[in-house]
Design a protein around this ligand. Structure first.
Ligand SMILES: [Mg+2]
Length: 259
C-alpha cells in the first residue's frame, strides 16, 4: 500500500511533556521523506492549535499551523457551525473558554438562561457544577462534550480527563451527551477528510490510545498503528475489542508499516 497521509497523535506518540519520545523524530522525518502528509490531531481541549505548533517546535518537529488541530479547535468549529447564536454555559477551563471567546461565541454564567451546556476537563470541578449542570439539562438544552478521554497522563501520574466530568454530568442529569467531540467522533473524521487530500485507504493513523486514536482510524477506514510509547499497557491491549492493524514500540519503527 502506498500511503499518502498520516494522522498523528501528539501526547504519548511524538512527545512526552515537552520532550520528544526517543525514535519519534526519526519516524516523523521518515514519513515526510516518503511523501506522507502528516496531520497532528490532539484530544486536548484546553489548548488551541497554535500552542501545539509551538510545543511541537520546541520538541524538534517543524510543523505548519494548518497541520495541527486539537479537541479545542474541533469544539470551537462545531459550536460555530451548530450553535453560533447560543449562550453557552461552560464547565471547563480557561484555556477552552478563551478559544470559544476568540471565535466570538457567547458564554453565560446563567445556567437557567443558557442555550447549551459544554462539558470538558475542569480541575476545579465539584458539587456546584453537578447541581447547575443537572438544572441546566433539566431544561432540555443540548449537552456537548469536548472529548472522551477518561484518564490523561500528567507528570504526577494519570489524572481524570474530560470524559470523567462528562460521565459525572451524564449520571446526575440522567441523560447522555448529544455529542462528544475529539477523536473518534464523526466531526473529527470529517475535519481530517477536509485536510488530508487522500482516500482513507491511503491514510495511516498513529496513536498510543485504543479507544480514541485506533477507534478513530477504524471508523474512518484508515490503517491503524498503535505505538507503545504512551498510555496503553499489555493488559489493555490484550483484552480490548479495539485492535490495531500494527503495533510498534515507537514511531521510529514506522518503516515496518511503510517500508
Ligand atoms: Mg496520546
Amino acid at each position: 500500500m502506498e500511503f499518502r497521509g498520516a494522522v498523528l497523535d501528539v501526547d504519548g506518540t511524538v512527545v512526552r511533556g515537552d520532550e520528544p519520545i526517543p525514535g519519534a523524530p526519526e519516524g516523523f522525518d521518515r514519513l515526510r521523506r516518503a511523501g506522507i502528509d502528516p496531520l497532528f490531531v490532539s484530544n486536548n481541549p484546553t489548548k488551541p492549535a497554535s500552542a501545539y505548533v509551538q510545543r511541537l517546535g520546541r520538541a524538534g518537529y517543524d510543523v505548519d499551523a494548518d497541520r495541527v488541530f486539537t479537541a479545542g479547535t474541533l469544539t470551537t468549529k462545531y459550536l460555530t457551525e451548530h450553535h453560533a447564536a447560543a449562550d453557552l454555559f461552560v464547565i471547563g477551563e480557561e484555556g477552552l473558554v478563551d478559544q470559544l471567546v476568540a471565535a466570538d461565541l457567547s458564554i453565560t454564567d446563567a445556567h437557567d438562561d443558557a442555550d447549551a451546556l459544554v462539558v470538558s476537563i475542569d480541575r476545579g470541578f465539584g458539587y456546584e457544577d453537578l447541581r447547575t449542570a443537572r438544572w441546566a439539562l433539566d431544561r432540555g438544552i443540548p449537552f456537548i462534550g469536548t472529548d472522551r478521554d477518561l484518564i490523561i497522563p500528567a507528570p504526577e501520574g494519570d489524572v481524570p480527563g474530560s470524559g470523567a466530568m462528562i460521565r459525572a454530568v451524564a449520571a446526575v442529569a440522567e441523560r447522555d451527551p448529544d455529542i462528544v467531540l475529539g477523536k473518534p467522533s464523526e466531526p473529527a473524521i470529517e475535519f481530517v477528510r477536509e485536510r488530508l487530500a487522500c482516500p482513507p485507504e491511503a491514510c495511516l493513523v498513529v496513536g498510543d490510545r485504543l479507544d480514541t486514536d485506533i477507534a478513530f482510524g477504524e471508523r474512518a477506514g484508515m490503517t491503524t498503528v498503535l505505538v507503545r510509547s504512551g498510555i496503553t499497557d499489555d493488559a489493555t491491549l490484550e483484552t480490548s475489542e479495539i485492535q490495531p492493524d500494527h503495533v510498534l514500540k515507537h514511531l521510529g519503527e514506522i518503516d515496518r508499516v511503510i517500508g
